[in-house]
Design a protein. Structure first.
Length: 212
């Protein structure tokens, strides 16, 4: 039940970030829905393919697809009905996208790790951490590519590293037989905190200097 609730939270958060990114790029209603759904469910599809789950779970259980669709349409409706009011606050879209994205990243990274455990891959630490990280970052990557931006994971504010850190922590806590609920919360919160701090303090990994 906890995982189910967490997946709902992650789906809503990523759908929000996708839909708001689409509005920021001035896409139409179909573009808003597509970006919201792909951001919310893309990581889960890749996770399932990596683990040999066919067809991917989104095609077997339409619950999360429905959640992503409804969330995206609600964002579109709110924007359409209140566009004049929201114009005053359009500058706040990026912080909202970042917060929603941080929540989605934390939730789906842990869900990815847990899914690998459930399907019997707990002894393969590299696969477990890779699946968790991939589940967390793929939705945001697809959102950025489809909205015509360089994926955040490749260049900005400790994105993939936050996901990897949370996946490693959850894997290690799982091995210590810590209460699953506590392990979930610690790992999710770690990822969210790292992302928020990275955004606030503009932390970035080293890049090649432009002037050498």
């Amino acid at each position: 039940m906890l995982l189910f609730i967490l997946q709902d939270i992650g789906t809503i958060a990523f759908a929000l970030s996708g839909a708001m990114a689409a509005i920021q790029r001035e896409l139409d209603v179909l573009g808003i829905v597509i970006l919201g759904v792909i951001t919310a469910l893309g990581g889960g599809v890749v996770r399932d393919i990596l683990l040999g789950i066919t067809p991917p779970l989104m095609f077997a259980d339409y619950h999360f697809l429905a959640v992503a669709l409804v969330t995206s349409l609600l964002v579109y409706t709110l924007e359409s009905l209140s566009s004049k009011y929201l114009d005053k606050y359009r500058h706040s879209y990026l912080p909202l996208i970042n917060i929603a994205d941080a929540v989605g990243l934390g939730v789906f990274t842990v869900v990815g790790v847990n899914t690998a455990f459930l399907y019997g891959y707990g002894s393969n630490w590299f696969l477990v951490i890779f699946v968790g990280t991939t589940t967390g970052v793929t939705g945001g990557m697809l959102r950025d590519v489809l909205s015509g931006q360089v994926p955040m994971v490749l260049h900005k504010q400790i994105y993939a590293l936050a996901s990897i850190t949370g996946a490693v922590i959850y894997y290690l806590l799982y091995q210590t037989k810590l209460e699953a609920t506590i392990a979930l919360y610690i790992s999710v919160l770690t990822i969210i905190i790292i992302r928020i701090l990275a955004i606030y303090f503009n932390w970035n990994l080293p890049k090649v200097p432009r002037n050498r």
